[in-house]
Design a protein around this ligand. Structure first.
Ligand SMILES: Cc1cc2nc3c(=O)[nH]c(=O)nc-3n(C[C@H](O)[C@H](O)[C@H](O)COP(=O)(O)OP(=O)(O)OC[C@H]3O[C@@H](n4cnc5c(N)ncnc54)[C@H](O)[C@@H]3O)c2cc1C
Length: 434
């Protein structure tokens, strides 16, 4: 085999497409019984990635190539804080003030230090909690580790317009996998890699059943959570010889936590019910609700006609309840909705058709959500990206230098780029031999 790819998420599948296009013999080893990784379609909804955060070239070009349309996100963002609804138009309350202050920083500091330095007054509590909730909610990270400078850069490059692939990311993943299969790539699902024994120019990849796979090169795309897991963890990979510096680098990068809760109701109760009770409030175009409830963020499928509500808890909050069983999380979700929409809990339960909790923090092949920038990320990432002896290569959303860290775009780009590095090197070696 020319190349073994570990992981059939967006990065692994994109690398497989590029390598098989170049005529290389490729085998993808994937721990789960499905492809997609953190792209995880469920009942016409998404348990993992869902949105395209702007006009992102690699994702949009791939969708075009696959003949998949994108849909613009429309609708209203509302806030429900201290029992009151309001319309939210900024990233978060007081975002303008925070951005101006962030621009004044010379040396990078954590966002926690930033808040303690510039917004420490008692009357600035609202600013502190607004920024904290935003970082925990959107980046799924911790303010004590998140880099203030990177946060500012990301905020300023944020594209207001967001999209979804029509019918979800699932079709893109299926198309990618089929593309490589047709070009000869072998997929081995339910194959948990445990060990990689390597030396320059060859590697033995060993799975849980002690099956050994041989290749000239290996691309490793496992998430940072798996890199950081202890050796005995289900998805952990042991490298022989060890990759001590890489493991250290992975631990210095931020990797958040998230829980996504899908609730399908018989009808979109919040539209009708709320209108009746609250007269002027119009929830017919509700896209997202940011609240101060235990499950704080909720979104609809607007503009699609769907009665699925998605609950979102991330950052330290998701860590706190990561070991609660799904029923307990469901109950928290229903209580939150009951309070937000002022609707009877019993009525909500009666109206519920199905539900599903996606607890990514305990998922053994993710152990978190997606990466965010710490003070060490830039240097650690450079170290993690660097191929080892032209034999081990690294890809995945975290192993990407650009403004879209932590996204499908980042994963696809890293997969494409690592494959290009391998193809270019092979080309120049073939020329030398020729
Ligand atoms: C809840 C949630 C919501 C998100 N929402 C969005 C969004 O709206 N928009 C967006 O752009 N991004 C979103 N993201 C981020 C996005 O999903 C990821 O950045 C992207 O899918 C990562 O792709 P990847 O290939 O790098 O990693 P993964 O998709 O995690 O792929 C890695 C693969 O490696 C496999 N693996 C792990 N260990 C082993 C092992 N030992 N042996 C074999 N295989 C192994 C895993 O099973 C997995 O399939 C979200 C992520 C989460 C968790």
């Amino acid at each position: 085999m020319d190349v073994i790819i570990i992981g059939a998420g967006a990065a692994g599948l994109m690398a497989a497409k590029q390598l098989s296009d170049a005529g290389l013999k490729v085998c993808v080893l994937e721990a789960r019984e499905r492809v997609g990784g953190r792209i995880c379609p469920f009942m016409k909804s998404e348990g993992g990635a869902e949105f395209i955060h702007g006009k992102l070239a690699v994702t949009l070009n791939l969708l075009k190539e696959a003949g998949i349309e994108k849909q613009e996100l429309t609708g209203e963002m509302k806030q429900f804080i201290k029992g009151k609804w309001s319309r939210e138009t900024e990233f978060f309350q007081h975002a303008g003030t925070v951005i101006e202050k962030l621009k004044e920083i010379k040396e990078d500091i954590s966002l926690a230090t930033f808040l303690n330095t510039y917004f420490a007054e008692e009357q600035q509590q609202e600013i502190r909690s607004a920024l904290t909730s935003y970082v925990e909610g959107y980046y799924s990270g911790e303010i004590s580790r998140a880099s203030a400078k990177s946060f500012l850069k990301e905020l300023l490059s944020e594209d207001e317009q967001q999209y979804r692939p029509v019918d979800g990311y699932g079709n893109m993943i299926e198309w990618l996998a089929n593309y490589s299969k047709k070009a000869g790539t072998i997929f081995k699902l339910s194959t948990i890699v445990k060990e990689i024994r390597w030396r320059k120019g060859e590697a033995e990849v060993v799975d849980e059943a002690n099956q050994v796979y041989l290749a000239d090169k290996v691309i490793i795309t496992v998430p940072l959570g798996v890199w950081n897991a202890n050796e005995k963890a289900k998805g952990a990979i042991i490298y022989k010889p060890a990759l001590t510096l890489k493991t250290q680098a992975a631990s210095e990068m931020g990797f958040g936590s998230a829980m996504k809760i899908l609730l399908k109701f018989e009808e979109s109760f919040y539209k009708e019910g709320f209108l009746k009770k609250h007269g002027e409030a119009d929830f017919s175009k509700l896209h997202m609700a940011l609240t101060d409830q235990p499950i704080p963020t909720w979104w609809t499928q607007h503009p699609n006609d769907s009665s699925v509500l998605t609950g979102w808890l991330s950052g330290p909050g998701a860590v706190e309840i990561k070991n609660e069983d799904d029923e307990a999380v469901l109950l928290k979700s229903l209580h939150s909705l009951s309070w937000i929409f002022d609707i009877d809990l019993g009525q909500l339960k009666k109206n519920l058709e199905w539900w599903k909790v996606f607890n990514w923090t305990t998922d053994p092949f993710t152990l978190g959500s997606y990466s965010y920038s710490t003070l060490q990320t830039a240097s650690a990432r450079r170290l993690l990206m660097e191929p080892v002896e032209d034999t081990l290569f690294f890809a995945g959303e975290a192993v990407y230098e650009g403004p879209e860290m932590g996204t499908v775009e980042a994963a696809l780009t890293s997969g494409r780029d690592v494959a290009a590095t391998i193809v270019i090197k092979k080309g120049s070696r073939d020329n030398e031999v020729g």
